[in-house]
Design a protein around this ligand. Structure first.
Ligand SMILES: Cc1cc2nc3c(=O)[nH]c(=O)nc-3n(C[C@H](O)[C@H](O)[C@H](O)COP(=O)(O)OP(=O)(O)OC[C@H]3O[C@@H](n4cnc5c(N)ncnc54)[C@H](O)[C@@H]3O)c2cc1C
Length: 657
């Protein structure tokens, strides 16, 4: 039975009330309680810094050479908060409402409301740390728009918001390391959770430099290990992002929530061929000023600037006049696919649409000329000033585009196409962020919690930092207050011994198959199955085929894998093999989940379930639940359903028209 532990009371009082009554741990007891944190991205670094500051004994782990290299550093566009600095009608309620609606009514109201409440604290915290958010001329923090909303609530630091936020969290973490409250284990990969008498009590980690296995005890374990978008092989995620930590926890009893909910981001640089192993995001912030279009004529071979405005189809503005280019990501992605599938795509692959800044350059240019007192400015002067504004706002993104494509986006529209970007699914957690294993928590992208079936832009950073700075510091006390009499369990305990032996045997198995194919080649094949059959559009026949193909791929993997190098040394090939093995198992579960969810919602688009005009068609009567999968044995899961109750925001057909 799933117990979500949502507090009683009105939605806007639940968190306040929870905080007022939650059990506390006194400072002396905190010093003898040990917490293991896997991951030092925004969720993990903020949690480690906060819990260290509170006086707990923390051990933090990451597989990179430095905590600062977590995938969070890649985040570009911004972080949401209901500050209403623009005085444009924003509020905690509106952020809550937008997020529940944006997630297509598949998230838990209570969690989302708490997220909206603490969003305002995050900005204050980060400013106090010195995060250089963009400012208006007068010094106030600046905001821009992101998709699925009609207010400007996104705080940003040029196109490097994740990097700046991570530097803030990292320096707070390093302070605790220097004080001795946090022990940092870089280049360590968690390969199992140790469960004793039903509670998470530690981990087995591999020192990735020496290959040695290590045992670590903790009174609680926090997984802040990020998302699993790389199951698709090609994604905008960092190359190292993987599911292994969450998957090991899943196999030790943690339920996996909504694994099929994947976010496909509409504005990425299109795939150019078979050689690619990575895709690049063009931040959603660009949709503030960029207009998306395709030619009205099929297979139009003219250059974009040769196509007159009246022969262009600004299809988002046409279909969704209320939100225009700022519709949510799932809607924008599907609309791009629809146009390309119908034969209007551009570029050599015809799998791309234009993102065009010409109107914005002209609009900003005219305003700047007025500011500079230039009367009757020439087209050249307008353009020059307009380009300067665009450069200031998005310069690093434009540079990135130019470097990758060899084209100048200031003078010709960018070509973009949707790509895998984020996973809303993840480990199932209750209101306290605890998984179904007592003492085992999941934070940030690793959990399934707040975004339902579609995440709104700039809400992942908000959620990761909310979890780490403002939620877990309270909720973990409720558990640890009962653990103050639990002495440190020696790692010679049989449960540690058994877990280490199992990890060692699996590594040996991977290494000794001695087949012919590399981990990378299996990963690529898995990705193609996932993208073709469990990607932007899914259907029953395709999902059933995918499950069979993945089972066959798994058998082939364990028969014909080749891992070069040795176990007892630095061996990225072996690391990769383990991660691909876990991705293959996850892929099967994702397809099972997508198959059972016979409705379309958010990023999960079942082709059989769509409205006449091609929008996602939910089936609230049968699918208003969180799917929480329990691992039974290889290829076998049991589905538990957490019903979703909407007391405040009543589910309707989502409309951005
Ligand atoms: C290109 C790009 C741009 C984005 N831009 C935005 C944006 O503008 N706004 C926004 O809100 N969101 C954005 N996102 C999403 C956002 O960046 C992520 O969702 C978020 O950063 C995830 O943070 P995290 O702390 O949960 O995980 P991560 O930052 O992914 O950190 C995971 C950590 O876990 C560690 N780890 C994982 N497995 C193990 C293991 N087995 N053992 C030890 N350590 C392990 C890693 O070493 C790492 O430290 C963007 C995403 C991408 C791909």
């Amino acid at each position: 039975m799933l117990e979500s532990k949502i507090p009683q009371g009105p939605i806007d009082k639940k968190w306040e009330d929870y905080k007022g009554h939650v059990k506390l741990v006194n400072p002396a007891n905190k010093r003898s309680l040990e917490i293991i944190i896997i991951g030092t991205g925004l969720a993990g670094a903020s949690a480690a810094a906060s819990l260290g500051e509170m006086g707990y004994k923390v051990k933090a782990f990451c597989f990179q050479d430095s905590p600062r290299r977590a995938h969070s550093i890649a985040a570009q566009g911004g972080i949401n908060a209901a500050k209403n600095y623009q005085n444009d009608g924003d509020s905690v309620f509106r952020l809550f409402y937008d997020t529940v609606k944006g997630g297509d009514y598949r998230s838990r109201e209570a969690n989302v409301h708490r997220l909206a409440e603490v969003s305002v604290n995050i900005i204050d915290q980060c400013v106090a740390q010195g995060v250089p958010f963009a400012r208006e001329y007068g010094g106030l923090l600046s905001n821009r728009s992101f998709g699925g909303v009609q207010v400007q609530r996104t705080f940003y630091a040029a196109g490097q918001t994740g990097q700046q936020l991570l530097i803030g969290a990292y320096q707070a973490l390093e302070r605790q390391v220097a004080l001795g409250n946090v022990e940092m284990y870089s280049r360590h990969e968690m390969l199992d959770v140790v469960v004793i008498d039903g509670k998470a009590r530690g981990i087995i980690a591999r020192n990735l430099t020496s290959g040695e296995l290590e045992r670590h005890f903790g009174h609680a374990v926090l997984l802040c290990s990020g998302g699993y978008g790389n199951v698709f092989y090609l994604s905008t995620n960092a190359m190292g992002s993987n599911v292994t930590a969450a998957w090991k926890a899943h196999k030790k009893g943690a339920y996996f929530g909504n694994p099929c909910y994947t976010q496909i981001h509409p504005t990425c640089i299109p795939v150019t061929g078979d050689h690619q192993s990575k895709l690049t995001l063009m931040s959603e912030s660009l949709r503030n000023d960029g207009r998306i279009w395709v030619p009205k004529q099929k297979n139009d071979l003219r250059k974009p600037n040769e196509i007159p405005v009246e022969e262009r189809d600004y299809y988002l503005e046409r279909r969704y006049p209320a939100f225009g280019n700022l519709v949510p990501r799932d809607v924008a992605s599907r609309a791009a696919k629809e146009r390309c599938d119908a034969g209007y795509g551009v570029g050599t692959s015809k799998q791309a649409v234009y993102l065009d800044f010409a109107s914005a350059i002209e609009r900003y240019g005219k305003t700047e000329c007025r500011k500079h007192g230039i009367e009757n400015p020439s087209a050249g002067e307008i353009r020059k000033h307009g380009v300067e504004v665009i450069k200031e706002k998005y310069g690093n993104l434009f540079d990135m585009y130019a470097k990758i494509t060899g084209e100048d986006p200031y003078s010709t529209p960018m070509r973009i196409y949707p790509a895998v970007h984020y996973t809303m699914g993840g480990l199932w957690v209750d209101y306290e962020l605890m998984t179904s294993v007592p003492g085992l928590y999941a934070l940030g992208e690793a959990n399934f919690s707040d975004h339902g079936a579609n995440r709104l832009g700039a809400s992942a950073l908000m959620q990761g930092l909310a979890d780490g700075y403002f939620v877990i510091p309270y909720t973990i006390g409720n558990y640890l207050a009962e653990e103050i009499r639990t002495a440190m369990i020696p790692t010679s305990h049989p449960a540690f011994e058994a877990a280490e032996v199992a990890v060692a045997e699996r590594l040996k198995k991977l290494k000794t198959i001695n087949g012919t194919q590399s981990p990378e080649s299996f990963h690529k094949r898995l990705g193609k199955i996932m993208w073709d059959k469990c990607g932007m559009a899914r259907n029953e026949a395709g999902l059933k085929e995918a499950i069979e193909e993945i089972k066959a791929l798994k058998a082939e993997f364990w028969r014909d894998l080749r891992v070069t190098g040795d176990i007892a040394e630095f061996n990225p090939e072996l690391d990769k093999a383990g991660r691909v093995a876990d991705f293959i198992e996850l892929g099967e579960l994702m397809c099972q989940d997508a198959l059972q969810r016979r409705e379309s919602c958010g990023g999960h688009f079942r082709e059989e379930m769509q409205t006449e005009d091609g929008e996602a068609k939910r089936d609230d009567a049968h699918f208003s639940f969180v799917a929480a999968w329990e691992y039974k044995n290889d290829g076998n899961w049991e589905l538990h359903k957490e019903p979703l109750e909407f007391e405040v925001v009543h589910p309707t057909q989502r409309s951005y028209k």
